[in-house]
Ligand binder design. Sequence first.
Ligand SMILES: [Zn+2]
Ligand SMILES: [Zn+2]
Length: 340
Amino acid sequence: MSRRILQPGEIEALDHHTSFPRVLPPQVGSLFTERAARLRQLAADNPIADYLEFAAHIANAQHLAAQALAAPAVDRSTMERAQTHGMPLFPAAELLDTQLQDWQQALEHILDTLSTQTESRLPEALQPLIAELRQLPGQERDTIARQLLGKDLAARYIGMAPFVMAALQVRFAQLAATLTEADMPQAEPATVCPVCASEPVASVIRIGGKASGHRYLHCGCCATEWHMVRVKCSHCASTKGINYQAIEGDQGVVQAETCAACGSYRKIVNQEKDPLAEPLADDLASLMLDLLMSETRFQRASANPLLYVAVAEEQPEQAAEGADALIDPLAPAAPSSSSH
Ligand SMILES: [Zn+2]
Ligand SMILES: [Zn+2]
C-alpha cells in the first residue's frame, strides 16, 4: 500500500468529514466581559498599559449596552437571498442604512456609561471628547460609522472612532448571536466574515469542545469566528509560503502569520499556549510585534478596530481636539493619577 503526503486542498476536504463547527457565532453574554478582563490582565507591564485600560473600559461599557438593549430584528429574506448566492448575510455598511438605523442607541448607552458611572467613567482628559461626540447630530455620527466600515475615516473623527466602532460591534455581535451555524453560507471570499463581510482582526486556535485545535478567523466587527485551515493565508487564501514570526523569548501566544504570496501578515493567537487568550485583546496588546513587523517587508492585513494609528500618523495636525491621547497608544491615555 503506497502512502503519500496529503496536499493542502485534500487536507481541507478531509475537514468536511470531521465534526467540528465551521462557524462560531459570538456569545454576547461573555464576549465583552472576557475581552475586558483579558485587556486588564495584559495591561500589566505593557508599554501601552493605559491604552489597554482605556480599551477595557470600552469593552465593559459594550457589555452593559449589549445587556440593556434588545437584539436587532432583521429581515430574514435579506439573509435567505445571501445564502442562495453564498454571500455574507448582512454586509455591515449596507445594513447600517437599511436595518440597523438604531445603532446609535448603543452609542448613547456606551457614552452614558463612560461619562457618568463612577466605576466605568473614563479619565477626565477624555471627557471633552465624549461630550463632543454626544453633541454631534445623528447624521454626522452615521457618516463616521459609514466611513469606519468603509475604512476611509476623515482625520477629524479619529479620536471618536473607538467609541463609534464599539457601538457597531455591540449591535453586530448581538445580531450575529441570533444566527446559527446552519444559517451561515460557505461565503466567498472565505477571508471576510460570513455574517457582516468585515475583515478578521486576528485568528485564534481554540481549545475546548469540538472546536479544539482548529483555527478560526475572528471578525473585528461582529466577533463571529469562521474556520480556516492553518495552511491557508487568512488574507489571500494562498497555501504557499506561510510562515510565523514571534518576539524572541516570547511564549508564542501571539505570532505574526506571514504570507509570501500577498506580502501581508495577521496575528494568530494560540489558546493552547494561554487559555485566556482573546483575539482582539491579544492583538491590541501585542503592538510591539507590529512595530517589529514594520521593519520587515510584510504589511499588516487589517487594522485592530479599536486602534487607528496608521491613519492618524499621516495627518496628526487635523485630528480632533482632545484626541491625541487616543491616537498614539504609546503615549499615556490619561494621567495615571486620575485612573483608579
Ligand atoms: Zn462579522
Ligand atoms: Zn496571502
